[in-house]
Design a protein around this ligand. Sequence first.
Ligand code: PEP
Ligand code: MN
Length: 337
Amino acid sequence: MILTLKRGISRKEIERLEKKIKHYGFKPHISRGAKDITCGVIGENAILLKEFFESDPLVRSIAQISKPYKLASRQIHPKDTVINVGGAEIGGKSIAIIAGPCAVENRQQIICIAKAVKKCGAKFLRGGAFKPRTSPYSFQGLGEKGLKYLAEARKETGLRIVTEVMEISQIELVARYADVFQIGARNMQNFNLLKEIGKTKKPVLLKRGISATISELLMAAEYIMSNGNHSIILCERGIRTFAKETRFTLDISAVPVLKKETHLPVIIDPSHSTGDRSLVPAMSLAAIASGADGIIVEVHTSPSKALSDAAQTIDVPAFSGIMKKAKQLANILGKKL
Ligand code: PEP
Ligand code: MN
């Protein structure tokens, strides 16, 4: 339920209303729009309280939130959410480029790639230390050692670190080194992990599950938000379809659909979605043209030698080419890269 508040309402009056909402066992969510201040009443069957608020002099009108996701919905928060990660913005007029290898392989590899992508204009470095691999015999990541190398790469370059956390027991450790938690596609509906991540304050890059609908992705975000953490970046990374020519099918229309439904930033992963480095430049640019707030892309100084996801990993010259075109596109769209 959304309450549109009386014009000129004071801070004290808002506090009084918030208290009333909490008193009934619901969570208030204030949003300041250009014209109106609204207050979401979050919780199951909040609409049953309608009559208690209809007569409140602080409330001008009441609307029901029609979607199952509440805090994530644009209805409750019409303005775009912009997430600031150490001075670099994701969302709004900014296009965020997150680049780096699939996995941290050794110290020299990650620092060398970090320097290269920074030179091309990336502001974020990706790299997994804990890797969710399809086969238990594949490289599983360096663990804490990998996180330490990522922190070293940040110190050398100033890039912000995006890295995956796979389970609850890793949250504290990963939080010590990362600037943004990544929740992988395979964990999108690991609700216990989502709840615990929701209790932290770090931004979260939440990937769409391999067979998840857009609504399920938004409900996963809702799990994190309802536990207190509202800094979420949604990522379309391809879904499973009957098409065999690509590893997954990039659902590019998910971008405008999500933009309509939610205020959260939306990015695209052109690497995992295609599984083919020759397709990555076109999909990166398509992402930006579709209105995405950025991309997360796998880049390596020697892609063919990458320990994981070599086939979809681009080299530095290809990344540099994408960046040049992406800047032009950003200009056309009135955004900055
Ligand atoms: C990754 O980004 O390293 C990754 C494993 O991606 P996804 O969870 O989308 O498969
Ligand atoms: Mn990968």
